[in-house]
Design a protein around this ligand. Sequence first.
Ligand SMILES: C[S@@+](CC[C@H](N)C(=O)[O-])C[C@H]1O[C@@H](n2cnc3c(N)ncnc32)[C@H](O)[C@@H]1O
Length: 311
Amino acid sequence: MQIPDGRQMIDYILQDKLLRNDLQILKRKEKNFHLKKIKRKKLMATGLDGWCLSGFGEKSFEPKGVRRQMMKYSSLCSSYDYGNAEYWNTRYLEEAGASFDWYQRYSALRPFVRKFVPSSSRILMVGCGNALMSEDMVNDGYVDIMNIDISSVVIDILIKSRAHIPQLKCILLSNDMQMDVRNMSFFLDETFDSVIDKGTLDSLMCGTDDPFSASQMIYEVNRLLKPGGIFMLITYGDPSVRIHHLNQPGCCWKITLYIIPRPDFKSAVGGSSLRSVMEPVPLTENGLLPPEYVLEDPESHYIYFCKKMEG
Ligand SMILES: C[S@@+](CC[C@H](N)C(=O)[O-])C[C@H]1O[C@@H](n2cnc3c(N)ncnc32)[C@H](O)[C@@H]1O
C-alpha cells in the first residue's frame, strides 16, 4: 500500500471538505427528486402536469434534444449536475489531476474486496474518476482492472499518469464520445468477473431521467458479468432506495449487505464499535433493513455485494 506524502495528505483534507458539501447536495437532490415525483403524480392526477419542474433536481420534461442543447450551454459546474459528463469534465480540469476517493479509501474496503473478489478476477471499475482505489488494488495483487468514466478528461489524465501500471486499463473512445455506464456495448456479454461502483450510481440518481438511467446501468452491469460474478456497489443509498433498482426484471442477484461508518465517524461508545462491520446485515423479505436495526452512524455507507445468479 502506498502511504500518502504530506502534500497528498493536504489534498485529502481539502477534498474531504469538498466531499462533505457534495454529499449533502447529492442526498438533497435524490430526496428532492422523490418529493418532486410525488408532487408530479399529484399534478397529473389533477390534470395540471406541466412541462417543467425546475429547481434543485434539475428535472424537466422538455423533449430530450432541447434539454441537451440547454445543458450544453448552461453553466454546468455551478449546477452540481452529477449525472452530466460536462460537469465532471469541468470539475476534473479544475482539480488538475489530484487523486481523490469518494466515501471510503481502499484500505477500509480491502477486507470486503478480498472476501468477494479473487485477485485473478477481470474487474470493471465503473465511473473510476480520479480515485486511487484501482491503483491500490493493483498494489494489493489485483492483475486486471478496466477503468471507465464518462469524463474524457479524467480518462485522459489516467492514461497519461498510470501508463507505467499495465494491470490498469482505460478506454478513451474519443473526446465527444465517452464510456457511459448506461450503454457499455463496447464490451461483450459476460466479459467481467467483477464490477465495482463507488459513487457512480449515486451520481446517476442526480441526473436527467435518473430512475431510467439507474435501470440502464444495472441492466448493463448484469449483462457484462459472468454467471456467478460479483457487482460491488458502494453507495450512500440504504436498501429502501437501492434494492428495487438492483432487483429489476431480468436481474437475479444474491445480495449481501454490509454497512460501514464514514471514515471519520466517532462512535458514541468510545472508539469501539457496537458490532463488527464484517457482519453482513440481514434484509427483510421486502429487501429492507430489519426494523430493530440501529445505524451507529446515520450517514453510514452501504456495500452491496450482488452475486449474479442464473435467471
Ligand atoms: C462520485 S464520483 C466517484 C468517483 C470514484 N468512483 C470514487 O470512488 O472516487 C462519480 C464518477 O462517476 C462518473 N460518471 C457519472 N456519470 C457517469 C456515466 N453515465 N457513465 C460513466 N461514468 C459516469 C463521473 O465522471 C465520476 O467520475
